[in-house]
Design a protein around this ligand. Sequence first.
Ligand SMILES: Nc1ncnc2c1ncn2[C@@H]1O[C@H](COP(=O)(O)OP(=O)(O)O)[C@@H](O)[C@H]1O
Ligand SMILES: [Mg+2]
Length: 248
Amino acid sequence: MSLFSIQGLTKRFGSLAATNGVSVEIEREGILSIIGPNGAGKTTFFNLVTGLLKPDAGKIIYQGKDITGQKPYEIIRHGLSRSFQVVSLFEELSVLDNVRVGVQRNLGFMNRLFLNYRRAAEVTERAMEILDLIGLADQADQPAAAIPHGDRKILDLGLALTTKPQSLLLDEPMAGLSKAERTRITQLIKELSLTHKIIVVEHDMDVVFGISDFILVLHHGSVLALGEPKDIAANEEVQSAYLGLEVH
Ligand SMILES: Nc1ncnc2c1ncn2[C@@H]1O[C@H](COP(=O)(O)OP(=O)(O)O)[C@@H](O)[C@H]1O
Ligand SMILES: [Mg+2]
């Protein structure tokens, strides 16, 4: 059984089909990158799969379960989590507290005014584990507003981990980052891929061809190709649609 079986997935905004009959099987193993020009429908695809948008047609089967049209909090319970192209943090809260809020929410005691001591300690411990994992433990006490852009992207990735997902969908985790920061996130993604299914939207072709086991190419909301990097690089349709200018 595939991890994802996506059938005829369609989302229209007025007359534009941002996702246009996408059918794709995504296997359990390996890092999958999704590429395609701006406006190809990559973020819309993530929004559909994670329940932020409802499809107009089609089905999303995850681990054999039909999750089509479910709400984000329901989909999170199936083990799917995501990071965002545009990072949104609680700016005045510390790095640690941003993660604590995420952990707390997912343990289901967000609405309780008082956490008992044991619970509070549990939340902090789990949050620190995540900061250790993503390499931000040193910055735990910094206000989120004070940390560099690369660390913000990493923190957002850490927030996606608070739901204990099996699958992580990362939307342009390296956008706007320096070479050094990209290298750091690439390394983190590789580490996380040992324990999580990673699906990543990325524009940096060096990164994409460096880390991917499979590449899905979207174009005008449709699947142009899905295959191993060497096949995608050699695919003439992909080259003329998209890669020509970027891969030498
Ligand atoms: N909420 C929306 N309302 C109207 N049009 C949208 C909306 N979200 C995306 N679009 C359009 O759908 C197309 C695909 O967008 P998007 O999925 O963000 O592409 P990508 O992430 O590949 O750059 C674009 O033409 C975009 O303008
Ligand atoms: Mg996008």
